[in-house]
Write a protein that binds this ligand. Structure first.
Ligand code: SD4
Length: 296
């Protein structure tokens, strides 16, 4: 119908939205578009923070958490604390498509991704060794440069997470997330990124949600599951989003985070706490990506 396709993404990740839009506009599936969109962000290192090189752990190494979910079949593939591989969302999709499993972690996730043909060009991703824009090659920058570029952003975390929802022309929904997690995390830490219902959730009977923020707190509340279930019970997206965020804020007043929500009619909204949030939308009635700003 006329309201589809639709692409929604956390933050003004315009190139990611455009990449996903091209895929669905050409008639491909929502899953294909989510993977293409999140992949674009990993390659471009949206904001200078998504993907390898960002959010180093205490050892200076970047690991990737990623998730893809098909809102029609409710199949999920995810990788967590994945080392050496830049293509988080593609690895997540391979887990979804070619295994019976949902979540692979660490070195074994890398081994799986490599066995499925994804490149492991750089060994461990130390922030100090990584310079943003070129995908598939490692070049040098300094940790100081990396940290400087990060600290110019607003918020306690930087915008190092893409979470994306796509409705394809058939109205089928998929969601995906890719993140390098939290800066100076203890090695081994996994955030909300690869957790279905936390960083993203989709059910084609209802709608979809994407989240970003302090994953250590947010994953305790499954905010995107909450949003989708609230919409299932008839709540409008803006109320569902506000409710999910305020459930967390009541217990953790200092947490920083945000969600976007979109229902089957294409009505969307965002809610946030502790920072100003922006999300991007592309739909048939727009001739370009539109960025919406949400204040706490
Ligand atoms: C995490 N949710 O790993 C991610 C970080 C994030 O904007 O969203 N930053 O906790």
């Amino acid at each position: 119908s006329g309201q589809y396709p639709v692409v929604v993404s956390t933050w003004p990740f315009l190139e990611a939205v455009r990449a996903a839009w091209r895929v669905v506009d050409n008639g491909f599936s929502a899953v294909d578009a989510v993977v293409e969109g999140c992949s674009a962000c990993e390659e471009l290192r949206c904001d200078g923070t998504v993907g390898p090189g960002g959010s180093p752990d205490e050892n200076g190494e970047t690991t990737i958490d990623a998730l893809v979910m098909d809102g029609v079949t409710m199949e999920v593939g995810a990788v967590a604390a994945m080392r050496y591989i830049k293509d988080g969302i593609k690895a997540a999709r391979l887990v979804m498509q070619y295994t019976e499993h949902t979540l692979l972690v660490g070195e074994q996730a890398s081994a799986f991704a490599i066995s499925m043909g994804l490149p492991d060009s750089c060994g461990p991703y130390h922030a100090k060794d990584f310079l943003g824009s070129s995908h598939g090659t490692c070049s040098k920058t300094t940790l100081m440069e990396n940290i400087k570029s990060r600290s110019s952003h607003v918020g306690r975390h930087n915008h190092d997470t893409i979470s994306m929802a796509v409705f394809d022309k058939m109205g089928n929904i998929a969601v995906g997330t890719s993140t390098n997690g939290a800066t100076f995390k203890i090695p081994g830490r996994v955030g909300d990124g690869p957790i279905a219902g936390s960083s993203a959730y989709a059910d084609d009977e209802v709608g979809a949600c994407g989240a970003t923020g302090d994953g250590d707190i947010m994953m305790r509340f499954l905010p995107c599951y909450q949003v989708v279930e609230s919409m299932r019970l008839g709540m409008e997206p803006n109320l569902a989003a506000k409710d999910a965020i305020s459930r967390i804020a009541r217990k953790f007043p200092d947490f920083v985070g945000a969600v976007f929500a979109i229902n089957k009619k294409g009505v969307h909204a965002g809610a946030c706490h502790g920072w100003t949030f922006q999300y991007s939308v592309r739909s048939p009635e727009m001739d370009n990506v539109k960025v919406y700003t949400v204040v706490p």
